[in-house]
Design a binder for this molecule. Structure first.
Ligand code: NAD
Ligand code: SER
Length: 316
């Protein structure tokens, strides 16, 4: 079995992807890496190496030591955090991708790199955004993801690097907290409702954004990576969709379980980012090319999140 390396394995997505890939392929086939010396307990006890992906010598050392053939490169600075230090967000998001793509020209056979709905901007249509459309992102994160998509297609066309990518919507899971995005409210709101605390939401009540339950996102990622090469026709990044909702509509759904849950809306700088993103995405190319189907809509998401979190969160 080809050995897999995950970069950014301790993040919101990396935690769940590492656990799933280890469950499918065997603990020792998946080498987790991230900045810290030790992984959080939840990532488990498979192989782990500290790695700052800006240190390309260390990256190559890990590739050789473990004879890595597949890389999932998840490390990035997300939309909200990126605005604090745009130059560093650009450096991390771009330099690291180019390091990984270069490795694809040598021993690494397959690469996964995620893009985002942040590639779209305020000139993009709001509803059912097609695969190819006006982009013009407004955040440094979105600019880096759009440039990254162009680099992925370039490396595929020029060097035959088998790099695959998805434009994720906002991801919602219960195993790890989100790391600095605009859609993070959709995870925080569960923690507050279950703790019987009120929540001050930084996005306006009516702002609709595309979202996805983490299990669907992890399955989409693995299905894309395992699809036969001739089915992967988009080499920039595939649109991917499941549901769209606003802070008020998720609150209404949560109140079916916690009727007394109180939320207030105090939009901050993240509102402007949310306003620049579309409300819904047309992912028909992913559905047609490699058979993508989402399983979780809003009611299933809310029920599942509460089901998993209610025994772990201390009630105030
Ligand atoms: P996250 O912030 O939760 O995790 C990122 C991880 O990368 C962290 O564990 C961090 O320690 C690590 N990291 C940061 N700098 C690093 C470096 N220099 N070297 C090595 N590791 C480093 O992010 P996430 O939500 O898990 O996102 C993973 C990927 O998915 C990112 O590329 C992100 O753009 C993309 N994505 C996420 C979402 C979402 O809603 N979570 C949506 C769209 C796209
Ligand atoms: N959820 C991510 C963010 O808000 C989208 O890429 O930044």
């Amino acid at each position: 079995m080809d050995k897999i390396l995950i970069i950014g394995a301790c993040g919101q997505l990396g935690t769940e992807l590492t656990l799933k890939l280890r469950a499918m392929k065997g603990r020792d086939s998946v080498v987790a890496t991230d900045l810290q010396n030790e992984p959080p307990k939840i990532v488990g006890d498979g192989p782990y190496e500290p790695l700052n992906i800006l240190d390309s010598d260390r990256f190559h050392e890990i590739l050789s030591t473990h004879d890595i053939k597949e890389v999932y490169h998840l490390a990035a600075i997300l939309s909200a955090k990126g605005e604090d230090n745009p130059k560093f967000a650009w450096k991390l998001n771009m330099e690291s991708l180019l390091t990984v793509l270069e490795a694809g020209r040598n021993k690494v056979k397959k690469i996964y790199w995620p893009s985002s709905i942040a590639v779209f901007g305020k000139d993009t249509p709001k509803e059912n955004v097609p695969q190819k459309t006006i982009m013009n992102p407004d955040t440094v994160y979105g600019i880096s993801k759009l440039a990254g998509e162009r680099w992925c297609e370039y490396y595929f066309q020029k060097y035959g690097v088998d790099v695959r990518s998805l434009r994720y919507p906002g991801l919602i899971g219960y195993k790890a907290m989100p790391g600095g995005g605009t859609t993070d409210y959709a995870v925080h709101v569960f923690h507050k409702a279950i703790a019987r605390e009120s929540y001050e939401c930084f996005i306006e009540e009516g702002t609709v954004l595309p979202m996805m339950y983490m299990e669907d996102a992890v399955r989409a990622t693995i299905e894309l990576m395992e699809a036969p090469i001739d089915q992967v026709k988009v080499r920039s990044s595939y649109n991917l969709a499941a549901m769209s909702f606003s802070p008020m509509s998720i609150t209404t759904e949560i109140r079916k379980h916690y009727p007394d849950f109180k939320i207030t809306f105090v939009p901050d700088y993240r509102q402007k980012i949310a306003n620049s993103w579309p409300a819904s995405i047309d992912d028909s190319e992913a559905r047609a090319d490699w058979g993508w189907r989402h399983e979780y809509g809003l009611p299933e998401l809310v029920e599942t999140m509460i089901g998993h979190l209610k025994d772990t969160i201390v009630v105030s």
